[in-house]
Each structure stands twice: as structure tokens, then as C-alpha cells.
Design a protein around this ligand. Structure first.
Ligand SMILES: [Zn+2]
Length: 282
């Protein structure tokens, strides 16, 4: 019984993630099908007038912006009350050195891109074999998506963008790897992907060639680690966060192209409260 309860709760978190990342006002987008193993993954794609509840609309600005998320729905209460919310500022001086790195095992994956009204999300085909290991537990990669500007800050500074790789373990627990993206000239790993960004809300595009995910990571894997939350409603906590300290390059043109789709898509940093932020030097 207890294990069943735990699983149910964990799947709830996964379902919440699916709901949080796919719903957009006026379009169900049906974007969630392969986002998570949770049964709740069907919720946001229910047709209007169906039995499944719809996630209220939220946005990054105005009356439905981050400071109002908690009031938009009872389901979003954690966005206001939660004490372990994400993102946070990553302060090198406050971080505690630890010797427990999260290890990244990425390879080539196939994926479908969807513009869900909040981000461009790449839903990774199941069985890709790509994942991360956090304190001995393996988490499989489900999807990755983008924010502009970065959600996490380093010593108070935003990066141009941030990429979130969302993983799930076999109990539905979530672990996210954040990669900060620095705008600059020169080589960009994102060129192929950017050619397929769906411009319209609800738009989709299937990548014709597998993506080598290691190209999206900086060479150095020094990292910050902490316990946080989803950065979108319902802001569910219990998410294991790893943010790489080094950044990966993206061109100013690519940043501008993404900004055309989503002018702003970051939740402002939340208080760290009494949480410890670990730093791993690899
Ligand atoms: Zn994200």
C-alpha cells in the first residue's frame, strides 16, 4: 500500500509536469502524449467539453504572469506557498562543495518539436537510452525545452537562454538538467534544431535526423545541485536540479529568432530559503 501511494504521488508529479509543459490557452495541442509515462498525461489533450479538467491559462507577463500563478487555480497554490521553488540564483560563494556529481549519459536521439505556447519542446522518442544518474538512481530523458532569458542566474546574471532536459525515474520522480546558453559568435550546436522550430502555437515538426545531445552540453561538467520545483505551474516540488556551471554557445541570431516566438519565458528567481546548494568540481 505505501509503495502504491508513493507511485501514485510520483506519477501525479509527472502528470503535472506534462500538464505544465503542454497546455496553452485555447489549444489543447495534444502535445503531451509522449512526454511522460504518467496516466495523467492524457489530461491536457482532452477535447473541450470533455470530462478531464483543463489547466488554467498562465503566462509570463501581465495578469496571468508569475506573480499571479498561485491565484489562477487551487492546483497552482504551490507556486505561492512552496518553500523549495525554482529557479534560484546560483551563488558560487554560498554553494557547498560536494563530491557527488550527477553523471550525464547522452547519445543520439530522435525527437519531435512542438510549440506549446510557452516554449519549444522536443519530445524524445522512448527508449533513447539517454539519461542521467543522480545519487545512484537512473533517470531517463523524456523531453527538453527552452527559456529566454535564462531562469537560473549565476551570481545574479542571466544567460541569454536556458535549456532544460527533463528526466524521469521508474517511479515517476523528476530530475532536470539545466544548461545555460551564452550568446556569442562562432560555432553553434543549435543550427539544425533552429531550422525546425515550429513558429505557430500548436505547430509540430519531426526532426529528420537524430540529434547528438552531447553537442548541446559544455565540455566541462562542473555543476550546481539543489532540490527545487517545476518552474511552470503547478510548480510541483521534489524535483532534483542540476545546473551546469559552464555555458554552451548560441548565436545572437538564434537568440533573436527564438525571441520572435517567445519574447520572454522565464520565471523570476525564487528565494533559496534554507536549502543547501551543492557545487561539484569535476
Ligand atoms: Zn523549463
Amino acid at each position: 500500500m505505501p509503495s502504491r501511494l508513493i507511485r501514485t504521488a510520483a506519477l501525479g508529479a509527472a502528470a503535472a509536469l506534462a500538464a505544465a509543459t503542454v497546455t496553452a490557452c485555447g489549444t489543447s495541442a495534444a502535445a503531451d502524449r509522449s512526454t511522460s509515462a504518467g496516466p495523467g498525461a492524457t489530461t491536457p489533450s482532452a477535447p473541450a467539453g470533455g470530462h478531464a479538467p483543463r489547466t488554467p491559462h498562465w503566462s509570463y507577463e501581465g495578469a496571468e504572469g508569475p506573480e499571479h500563478w498561485a491565484t489562477l487555480s487551487e492546483d497552482f497554490a504551490t507556486c505561492g506557498k512552496g518553500r523549495a521553488q525554482s529557479p534560484i540564483d546560483l551563488d558560487a560563494d554560498l554553494a557547498v562543495e560536494t563530491d557527488a556529481p550527477v553523471t550525464v549519459h547522452y547519445g543520439r536521439v530522435t525527437a519531435e518539436l512542438v510549440n506549446n505556447g510557452h516554449t519549444v519542446q522536443a519530445t524524445v522518442s522512448p527508449g533513447s537510452g539517454s539519461g542521467i544518474v543522480v545519487d545512484g538512481t537512473t533517470y531517463q530523458l523524456r523531453q527538453f525545452h527552452f527559456h529566454l532569458p535564462s531562469e537560473h542566474t549565476e551570481d545574479g546574471e542571466h544567460a541569454a537562454m536556458e535549456m532544460h532536459f527533463v528526466h524521469e525515474d521508474d517511479k515517476g520522480g523528476l530530475a532536470v538538467l539545466g544548461v545555460l546558453m551564452r550568446a556569442g559568435r562562432g560555432h553553434s550546436a543549435f543550427t539544425d534544431l533552429w531550422q525546425h522550430l515550429p513558429a505557430e502555437e500548436g505547430g509540430r515538426s519531426r526532426l529528420t535526423r537524430p540529434l547528438d545531445l552531447t553537442r548541446f552540453l559544455p565540455g566541462d561538467r562542473d555543476q550546481y545541485r539543489y532540490e527545487g520545483s517545476l518552474t511552470t505551474p503547478p510548480c510541483t516540488e521534489g524535483v532534483k536540479w542540476t545546473v551546469l556551471e559552464d555555458q554552451v554557445g548560441v548565436t545572437p541570431r538564434q537568440v533573436a529568432a527564438y525571441r520572435e516566438l517567445f519574447p520572454r519565458s522565464n520565471r523570476p528567481v525564487r528565494p533559496r530559503n534554507d536549502r543547501e546548494v551543492g557545487h561539484v568540481h569535476r
